[in-house]
Design a protein around this ligand. Structure first.
Ligand code: BTN
Length: 248
């Protein structure tokens, strides 16, 4: 089956994000590079991303979006919601753990690493790296809480090529629907909020700005993409990435 998307498939690379960056001058908007395995897969906060060879989706998309640097969180919103929709279409209910993880109940099924380059007030390029656990059922015991599509829905067989095509169809719709449309970002923020993991549920967090644990509930996100959390007194505080840790 020939894909209608522009996808480069590799057996192996170090990291698909790094491979896209090396080829960036040859790649158009919405080019996709996918690998069956990575020798140096990277995660957020300097973590590594490990994946059994040939079992999971490991890919990066190059976007040259018409998005202001201030609005960069909209990219994360569209990319994350497209993963949630893809999983829903395979009967897996997932939520977005702010800012860039996708969870099924208390387990991580997908991680997203977005690397933007900014030119003036605009995003020049965005390399969106996605690791979606698909057919892997055994994970390194050192990983805190992984899951996969196969573990979440054992009744279905998943084909990596078909899944990637489905994902790109969904993401393309988000990009068409929400970029450059007046009011588009507000609607997107509403959709994102509705899919947030632990929204309005009390749970324990660490406020890294003062190194203190607290009980709070997520109330939403600010325009800048910061997490808004209410403490037990109902006082609201906004957190940027790394300023808050979730206790899972
Ligand atoms: C995280 O949860 O920490 C983000 C993980 C992102 C992993 C993907 S796999 C494809 C792409 N290439 C990388 O090196 N990382 C991302």
């Amino acid at each position: 089956m020939k894909s209608k998307h522009d996808i480069i498939w590799l057996e192996k690379t170090d990291s698909t994000n790094d491979e896209v960056r090396r080829r960036i001058s040859d790649l158009d908007n919405l080019s996709v590079l996918s690998a069956l395995s990575q020798s140096a897969g990277r995660g957020q906060r300097g973590n590594t991303w490990s994946s059994e060879s040939g079992k999971n989706l490991l890919f990066s998309i190059l976007l040259r979006p018409d998005v202001q640097a201030y609005d960069q969180f909209v990219i994360s919103q569209m990319v994350s919601l497209a993963v949630v929709d893809l999983l829903a279409s395979h009967h897996i209910e997932a939520k977005v753990k702010w800012p860039n993880d996708i969870y099924v109940e208390d387990r991580k099924i997908c991680g997203i690493l977005i690397e933007n380059s900014i030119s003036g007030k605009h995003i020049a390029t965005s390399i969106v790296g996605i690791g979606l656990n698909v057919n892997q059922t055994d994970f390194d015991a050192a990983l805190p809480n992984p899951t996969s599509m196969s573990l979440s829905n054992p009744d279905e067989d998943f084909d990596l090529h078909i899944l990637l095509d489905e994902y790109l169809d969904i993401l393309s719709e988000y990009l068409e629907r929400f970029c450059n449309i007046s009011g588009g970002y507000n609607r997107l923020a509403q959709l994102y909020k509705a899919q947030m993991w632990r929204l309005n549920e009390y749970a324990e967090y660490i406020d890294n700005t003062i190194s203190q644990r607290f009980i709070g509930k997520i109330r939403g996100i600010s325009d800048a993409g910061h997490l808004i959390v209410a403490n037990e007194k109902g006082e609201l505080k906004e957190f940027a990435f790394k300023e808050i840790s979730f206790i899972v």
